[in-house]
Design a protein around this ligand. Structure first.
Ligand SMILES: Nc1ncnc2c1ncn2[C@@H]1O[C@H](COP(=O)(O)OP(=O)(O)OP(=O)(O)O)[C@@H](O)[C@H]1O
Ligand SMILES: [Mg+2]
Length: 478
């Protein structure tokens, strides 16, 4: 049995302003979108603090993020996920097809979310039993390393039957046995100390470990959900068949690690784990539905392949609204799962979504196209911004790469110009421009003795103006 010390509950210290503070470290601007996801996340923490009668009534307010490509929609979701400590899946609406068509059906979203929750809970539970698991692992290692003590039977009757001597004479043997046992005990203790001091780390030992190569994985990769119904055949059969083990030889240190892992797995209460994970998925789960605009049909009159796209929207309805999805850990109610959908909606409008689905995303936020100022900040400010990435890469060659303020201003200006004259691809434009700008340096720097390279506005203009001015070249470069 496990004693659960910590839980996977959302961190109550995450106030909306703290959430925004975190998002600001990675995403420039888009304040409205940041605010609404911050409020949505906070509302889950608030709801968790209410009595069940009340909290059951409070449904999450799903969010639809609308904005041009490359302005931070997916990035906001990605950062929210790492921050929230909630089960989170990001899926692309285009990956799904209507039930009955070839492709994944939308219920797999909920199964993936549950798998995620299970792995979160399992991880925490495994961590909580590391100490007892280590103790068990140590004992198993000692068993493997020390010769088995010779058992001398001390039961008097038994001994008499074998030796023909009586009880008194056998007493000597039993004393001998006691001495022997004591000796063995001392040896074990000495070995245990050596083991704990790391003195045995480099020794070889042969241990019996679980054989992970399942004999029935011919059905597919181990763990594959073949029937698409949350039932895993390998696992089903694996439960019936005895666990196979095999002998492997390795260093003591490695053996201890493997045995500790095995013992930790055994110590987990899997039923409690499933129960907690199901609860976590249905109460705190967040699903990010990207590219939702790609399953929208213009004007709403559909035919041919459009029928399937609209079918995906219809299939999404019950899940977003609240239904029960079967998973291999048990049923998951989707009522309280938070859905955040996002799409560029360039050719179609949010109002082209089937009306029932529109109604289930009551919060609309528009993300703004990026200004020159935004682009400049994206280059420099976020942790691990593009400029920092290049500086770090080049520094490994012993060369310090720097950009003047005017240079970043110029890159941003040219990126904005290209976005407005050609296709607007948002911040992704910066990636292509930086690559172009630094192509020569990236190639030559390994063979150069230069200690410093400074990128000035002139360098930027020289390297990029051709790209910006020349339509023929541009066609090949996005
Ligand atoms: N506002 C921003 N702040 C910082 N980085 C940004 C911002 N917008 C976009 N980026 C960067 O640009 C790239 C693309 O952004 P993202 O994936 O979020 O685009 P998107 O809005 O989801 O676009 P699409 O509609 O094409 O999916 C990422 O590398 C991201 O870090
Ligand atoms: Mg995206």
């Amino acid at each position: 049995m496990t004693t659960v010390t910590k839980s996977n509950k959302l961190n109550p210290d995450l106030t909306p302003s703290k959430i925004i503070e975190h998002l600001n470290r990675y995403i420039i601007g888009q304040d409205k979108a940041k605010r609404s996801v911050a409020i949505a996340l906070r509302n889950r923490i608030r709801r968790r603090a209410l009595p069940p009668e009340m909290s059951h009534e409070i449904m999450p307010k799903n969010i639809l993020m609308v904005g041009p490509t490359g302005v931070g929609k997916t990035e906001i979701a990605r950062r929210l996920a790492t921050l929230s400590n909630a089960p989170f899946v990001k899926v692309e609406a285009t990956k799904f097809t209507e039930v009955g068509y070839v492709g994944r059906d939308v219920e797999t979203i909920i199964r993936d979310l549950t798998e995620f929750a299970v792995s979160m809970v399992r991880k925490r539970m495994i961590e909580a039993v590391q100490k007892p698991a280590l103790e068990k692992a140590e004992q198993r290692l000692l068993d493997a390393m020390l010769p088995k003590p010779e058992k001398k039977f001390s039961m008097p009757e038994f001994m008499k039957a074998f030796t023909g001597k009586d009880e008194d004479e056998n007493k000597e043997d039993s004393d001998e046995n006691a001495i022997e046992a004591e000796k063995n005990e001392r040896t074990r203790k000495r070995f245990l100390k050596m083991l704990r001091d790391g003195k045995l780390d480099g020794r070889d030992v042969e241990i019996e470990v679980n054989d992970s190569t399942s004999p029935i994985s011919v059905f597919g990769a181990p763990g594959v959900d073949i029937l698409g119904m949350g039932i895993n055949i390998n696992e089903m059969l694996g439960g019936i068949m005895p666990k196979k083990t095999k002998k492997r030889s390795m260093k003591v240190k490695e053996a201890l690690r493997i045995l500790q892992q095995e013992e930790a797995e055994k110590l987990i209460d899997t039923e409690a784990m499933s129960k907690e994970a199901l609860d976590l998925a249905q109460e705190d789960g967040i699903v990010f539905l990207d590219e939702i605009d790609k399953v929208v049909v213009k004007g709403g009159n559909s035919h041919g392949p459009d029928v399937s796209r609209e079918g995906v929207q219809r299939d999404l309805l019950p899940i977003v609204e609240g239904s029960v999805v079967q998973t291999r850990y048990g049923p998951v109610k989707t009522d309280h799962i938070l859905f955040i959908a996002a799409g560029a909606f360039s050719g179609v409008k949010p109002s082209d979504l089937i009306p029932e689905l529109q109604g289930r995303f009551p919060i609309r936020v528009e993300l703004e196209p990026l200004t020159i100022e935004n682009l400049k900040r994206i280059l420099t400010e976020p942790e691990n911004s593009l400029i920092r990435q290049y500086e770090a890469l080049i520094s490994t060659e012993g060369t310090e790469l720097t950009f003047t303020d005017e240079a970043t201003q110029e890159i941003a200006r040219l990126a904005h110009k290209m976005n407005s004259e050609m296709e607007d691809i948002g911040a992704r434009r910066l990636h292509t421009m930086m690559e172009q700008l630094l192509e020569e340096i990236s190639f030559n720097v390994s063979d150069m003795a230069e200690e410093k390279i400074e990128i000035t506005a002139d360098v930027v203009r020289e390297k990029l103006s051709k790209l910006v001015e020349n339509r023929d070249i541009r066609r090949y470069l996005l």
